[in-house]
Design a protein around this ligand. Structure first.
Ligand SMILES: [Zn+2]
Ligand SMILES: [Zn+2]
Length: 360
């Protein structure tokens, strides 16, 4: 198979040919058709997540077709169209048993043989998936069969950005109709928080970003109001839009710097809920006056949209089929695998909702 490999931080990915091992009894071999290019991949390239081993095949937002299954694989057939989940779902640990497989104890990389380069050098796969490649071998619990009518580039995005954003609203915060929402960041995840808020029936939905073109995208995905936080204080502007009360829910979907996180706590009303969605670089501090929590404000994290992939992926695709979830609009640009580095450049420039690699 062919894969894009990161050999060192802040360097271009290299396209390599890699021999796949034979699958084991509980594994599935998937021919990848599409992979989204997510900010998490870029965090690794930039060295912001030093706990990720290198060299590595990046990519964790993929969809494809099942080519081969092991003898112990259940509920997956050769020829199935599938979305990949980047969290294991062992079914046995405490979190899996109580309905939170997004917090499963089993590590993503606990999944058999690593790929081998021709030189014999060991190669990890990001989040155990490594979707910047034409084929991958996976344990069956991360392979989620879907309706064959759904186009695979759109389906791929459900596997990370869409479920992370929409799930933070519907599963983590359980936003109620008619309540107010502020969303900090209109990137790939933030746009999905916005459309999740629209699906939940929130009003108003206030989008905050520093780029006007991203705020325009926010409107397309359901924002009723926009605030450019490079021009005005977003906390004051949100107070003005909510009769001085602040919002019921705020979502931090920036993940780069601490200011928006602090603002997302300050802008909620009494008993308001702030949901931390963005993945900040390691050791990003956030400082705020602890006493503001006396008004019973709540700050919670959302990991992978509190999703149960076998339940939520098909449900999200059902919303897409009935025009309630925008996926076509998210696929802003399509690149071949060989142009992965251009896709990262576009991500850094902030001009795209999502770039997708065509791996066919
Ligand atoms: Zn991602
Ligand atoms: Zn588990």
């Amino acid at each position: 198979m062919k894969a894009a490999v990161l050999y060192d931080i802040n360097t271009s990915l290299q396209i390599e040919r890699i021999a796949l091992p034979n699958i084991e009894n509980d594994q599935v071999r998937v021919r990848l058709v599409a992979s989204g290019v997510c900010h998490s991949d870029w965090h690794v390239v930039k060295g912001e997540w030093p706990f990720i081993p290198i060299p590595i095949i990046l990519g964790h937002e993929g969809a494809g077709v099942v080519e081969e299954i092991g003898s112990e694989v259940n509920n997956i057939k050769v020829g199935d169209h599938v979305i990949l989940s980047w969290k294991r779902n062992c079914g046995l640990c405490e979190m899996c048993q109580v309905g939170y497989p997004n917090l499963c104890d089993v590590k993503a990389d606990q999944r058999g043989q690593p790929h081998l380069l021709n030189s014999g050098r060991q190669m990890d796969k990001f989040n155990g998936l490594g979707t910047f490649s034409t084929e991958t071998i996976l344990p069956q619990d991360v392979v989620i069969p879907i309706d064959k009518e759904i186009p695979l580039p759109q389906a791929a995005l459900v596997g990370c950005g869409v479920v992370t954003g929409v799930g933070a609203v519907l599963n983590t915060a359980k936003v109620e109709p008619g309540k107010s929402v502020a969303v900090f960041g209109c990137g790939g995840v933030g746009l999905n928080v916005i459309q999740g808020a629209m699906i939940a029936g929130a009003e108003p939905i206030i989008a905050i970003d520093i780029l006007n073109n991203k705020l325009e995208l926010g409107k397309q995905f359901g924002a009723t109001h926009t605030i450019n936080s490079s021009q005005v204080d977003p906390v004051m502007a949100i107070q003005d839009l909510t009769e001085g009360q602040g919002v019921h829910y705020a979502f931090e979907a920036v993940g780069l710097i601490s200011d928006p996180f602090k603002q997302s706590i300050l802008c909620t009303r009494k008993r308001g809920i702030t949901v931390y969605v963005g993945h900040a670089p390691v050791n990003t501090p956030v400082d705020f006056d602890a006493r503001i929590l006396f008004s019973e404000k709540m700050v919670i994290g959302s990991h992978y949209g509190t999703c149960r992939p076998r339940v939520d992926f098909p449900r999200l695709l059902g919303l897409y089929k009935t025009d309630k979830l925008k996926l076509d609009e998210l696929v802003t640009r399509v690149y071949p695998l060989e142009q992965i580095n251009q896709a990262f450049t576009a991500l850094g420039a902030g001009g795209v909702a999502r770039s997708v690699l065509d791996l066919t």
